[in-house]
Design a binder for this molecule. Structure first.
Ligand SMILES: Cc1cc2nc3c(=O)[nH]c(=O)nc-3n(C[C@H](O)[C@H](O)[C@H](O)COP(=O)(O)OP(=O)(O)OC[C@H]3O[C@@H](n4cnc5c(N)ncnc54)[C@H](O)[C@@H]3O)c2cc1C
Length: 455
């Protein structure tokens, strides 16, 4: 039976961030995911590296500061995946924030970044309309301009994993479901089952870590891990719209009349619009946007961009995800107000569960856990290793000019980027929003020949 020091269950950003940290510190680690790596929440985010301007309202200053530090770090470490963008937050005469409040909030935001953010600015109504000409002018009182990051969330997750797998002590399996963890004298026996064949295998591990995000509350009782439910899962959906369907050059942050926040972020020759916050009543592994949710976002856009010609045809695709928010005693009712702080649980001596937090702060979360586990294995922990750049980039850049691909290049991507299915390739390695058009016309690939590689 193979033996590892740590088995990580769940290959989203938290699992992939953790295996990187452990592997760089010389810990033998196996990461297992039920689907493709980064195929759940960590590809369904709003794709922002951000402090979270709205968390200032909850006085979550420590979280905002930590997230801003991490945002500015990743902008430097991965300039091919993370970009700084100007964001405009317009104010209307009915907005709950007054211009002076926004000015104070944006100053605080820059302050908490140790002034590493590009400086904010306040625009009057005329300046706002110059920047975002299509914005509803009636009642407009101006806008705050500030800076945050955009990221390809799935790719950053994958590149953390690729970096980890350059270390001989790290190993990873996709499309394998962990089906049992049994306590034995010197650790655990972890059994996983292939999702594609009848193959089952058991390995030994000193520690088991669950980074299973929104799936945790359902999974742990099935594995007989002592556990009381901890999550307040909150669903959010997004739309990818065709370029030009909303005339927004900069990114716009809308605070709606029903007190929600909707982002409109032009990127990748498209416009990303999101998100909603609703309780979850569907199978979380196949979570989809409902028509009602899509209509809600379209209505918000029509209200703020009244001259845009938005129809269902403007939509390239939709996606949904579930925020693994940790429930708190006495927390406010509204899901949007549940704290984004993370928690690390230790249901027994050698089992850890990491929950909550934000994508932006994953490195800090995984570091907190790694610096507990590594010394328990009798090794020295080096916190600075994760400050080094990622060493293996994806062949296909997400942003900017994309090269034409050949079938040979695709075959190489399949091997070096741990691809199992056509969808893994198209969605997460090539970052394509509208296949097969993009695959054929932009990348120059014969779609059927690419599909044939997976038969
Ligand atoms: C709508 C939305 C918008 C968001 N926007 C932002 C944003 O803009 N910025 C930001 O910082 N954060 C954002 N977040 C938060 C962020 O996306 C999450 O905090 C983060 O992605 C959680 O990652 P994770 O690794 O914990 O979970 P996941 O990515 O869900 O990974 C968990 C993994 O566990 C696997 N798994 C489950 N059960 C098993 C099993 N039995 N065996 C093996 N594997 C298993 C799953 O397949 C999955 O891949 C957003 C979240 C949502 C939902």
């Amino acid at each position: 039976m193979k033996s590892y020091e740590v088995v990580i269950v769940g290959g989203g950003i938290n699992g992939c961030g953790l295996i990187r940290d452990l592997a760089l510190n010389g810990v033998s680690t196996l990461l297992i995911d039920k689907g493709d790596f980064a195929s759940q929440t960590s590809q369904g985010s709003s794709k922002m590296l951000h402090g979270g301007i709205r968390y200032l309202e909850n006085a979550d200053f420590a979280l905002v500061q930590e997230a801003l530090e991490e945002k500015n770090l990743w902008l430097k470490l991965t300039p091919h995946l993370c970009f700084e963008r100007d964001f405009y937050l317009p104010l209307y005469d009915y907005s709950k924030y007054k211009p002076w409040m926004l000015r104070c909030g944006l100053f605080l935001y820059d302050f908490l970044s140790h002034f590493q953010n590009k400086a904010h600015d306040m625009l009057n109504p005329e300046e706002t309309v110059q920047k975002i000409p299509s914005l509803e002018p009636k009642g407009l009182m101006g806008a705050g301009k500030y800076y945050d990051g955009v990221v390809d969330d799935a790719k950053l997750t994958l590149e953390c994993l690729y970096d980890a797998l350059l270390e001989p002590c790290a190993n990873a399996l996709s499309y394998h479901e962990v089906i049992s963890t049994v306590k034995v004298a010197d650790g655990y026996e972890v059994t996983y089952q292939s999702m594609r064949t009848p193959h089952k295998e058991t390995v030994k591990a000193k520690f088991v870590v669950f980074t299973t995000g929104p799936f945790t509350d359902k999974l742990l009782p099935k594995l007989n891990v002592p556990w009381t439910p901890q999550l307040a899962p909150s669903k959010g959906i997004h739309l990818w719209l065709k370029e030009g369907s909303v005339d927004a050059k900069g990114s716009v942050v809308l605070t709606t009349k029903d007190n929600r926040v909707v982002f409109v972020i032009p990127q990748r020759h498209s416009i990303l619009v999101g998100t909603t916050e609703t309780p979850v009543d569907q199978d979380m592994f196949n979570i989809k946007a409902t028509e009602k949710e899509v209509n809600y976002l379209l209505d918000v856009l029509r209200q703020y961009f009244p001259n845009s010609n938005l129809t269902k045809d403007s939509i390239i695709s939709t996606f949904a995800g579930v925020r693994p928010l940790v429930r708190e005693e006495g927390a406010p009712e509204a899901l949007g107000k549940v704290s984004r702080f993370h928690k690390i649980f230790r249901p027994d001596q050698f089992t850890y569960v990491m929950l909550g937090g934000k994508y932006t702060t994953f490195r800090r979360m995984t570091q907190e856990l790694a610096q507990e586990i590594v010394p328990r294995l009798g090794k020295a922990y080096h916190p600075n290793y994760t400050l080094n750049p990622l060493r293996q980039h994806s062949v296909m850049p997400t942003f900017g000019e994309q090269p034409k691909l050949t079938l040979e290049m695709v075959k190489k991507i399949i091997i070096t980027e741990y691809v199992t299915t056509f969808e893994d390739l198209v969605k997460r390695r090539l970052s394509i929003l509208d296949e097969p058009h993009h695959l054929k016309d932009v990348m120059g690939l014969p779609v059927d020949d690419v599909k044939a590689l997976f038969r």
